[in-house]
Design a protein. Structure first.
Length: 242
C-alpha cells in the first residue's frame, strides 16, 4: 500500500492541496515551462496596390537577407508588405514576378494585403515607395512617424550612419543580435532625418510601374534593389557579395 502523503488520502483523511511554488522557484519553473519567444523586428514595405512595388521590395529584401545570412534564418527580421489601396488576396503582377525571378528571388505564394492599423502597430520599421505613402502611414497614428520612411530616404540616412555606432551582430544570441542592431539603426536614422535632406523631392520616390511594359518594371526593380543594398548591409553588418 502506498504511504499516505500530500495529495493521497486514507480512510477519514482530507487531502492537502498542492502548494504552488513562489519567489525564485516560481520564476525558474515559469522559464522552464514557457520558453521566451525569440525577439522579432518587423519591416513593413508599403505601396499602393501591393501588387507591384511593395511585393518586389518585400521579396528582394527577404532574398538579400537570405544571401547575407547564408540561409541560416532571418536573424529575427520579419519582412512583410501591404498597400494603402491593397488588392486583398490578389497575386502580384506578372511583370513583378518576372523581375523577382531575374534576381533569383522567389515570387511564389504572394497575396496582396490592404494596409491595416494592426500592420502599422506591429511594424518596427515602415518603408514606403513614396512620400504620399509615408504621409498616409503616419496619418494612421500609432506613433509611426519616427519609424516610417520612404525606402530611398532610409537608404540616404543609413549610408550616413557610422556602422561602428551600431551593436555588433552576436552569433551566440537566438536572433544573432540583429534585432537590437535594427532598433538602434532606426533610431539613428530618425535622428538624422531633419539634417540630411533629399536634394529634390523626386529623389525619395519609387514610381509606380503598374500597367507599364516589362522594361519599366525592370528599371524599377533595379532602383529598388540598389536602394535596398545599403539598408540590408546596415541591418545585418554583412556587405553584399561582389
Amino acid at each position: 500500500m502506498a504511504p499516505l502523503g500530500r495529495g493521497i488520502t486514507g480512510p477519514g483523511e482530507t487531502a492537502f492541496p498542492s502548494v504552488p511554488p513562489s519567489g525564485y522557484a516560481a520564476a525558474v519553473q515559469a522559464r522552464t515551462a514557457a520558453p521566451v519567444a525569440p525577439a522579432r523586428f518587423r519591416i513593413l514595405h508599403v505601396s499602393t496596390g501591393n501588387v507591384c512595388r511593395s511585393p518586389i521590395t518585400e521579396r528582394l529584401h527577404r532574398h538579400a537577407l537570405d544571401l547575407r545570412l547564408g540561409g541560416a534564418g532571418s536573424g529575427g527580421l520579419v519582412v512583410e508588405s501591404a498597400g494603402t489601396w491593397g488588392h486583398e488576396g490578389a497575386p502580384m503582377e506578372t511583370h513583378a514576378a518576372t523581375v523577382l525571378a531575374d534576381y533569383g528571388a522567389d515570387p511564389a505564394g504572394f497575396l496582396g494585403r490592404e494596409l491595416l492599423d494592426e500592420h502599422v502597430i506591429r511594424a518596427d520599421l515602415v518603408l514606403t515607395a513614396t512620400r504620399d505613402h509615408r504621409a498616409q502611414v503616419i496619418s494612421m497614428g500609432h506613433s509611426a512617424g519616427l519609424r516610417t520612411f520612404t525606402l530611398k530616404e532610409f537608404n540616404r540616412l543609413v549610408r550616413a550612419i557610422d556602422p561602428a555606432t551600431l551593436p555588433e551582430p552576436d552569433p551566440e544570441l537566438p536572433d544573432c543580435g540583429l534585432v537590437e542592431r535594427a532598433r538602434t539603426l532606426v533610431g539613428a536614422a530618425a535622428a538624422l532625418r531633419g539634417w540630411l535632406l533629399a536634394p529634390d523631392p523626386e529623389s525619395d520616390e519609387v514610381h509606380d510601374p503598374y500597367g507599364a511594359p516589362i522594361t519599366f518594371f525592370r528599371s524599377i526593380g533595379d532602383e529598388i534593389n540598389q536602394a535596398l543594398d545599403p539598408v540590408v548591409t546596415a541591418l545585418t553588418g554583412v556587405p553584399a557579395r561582389a
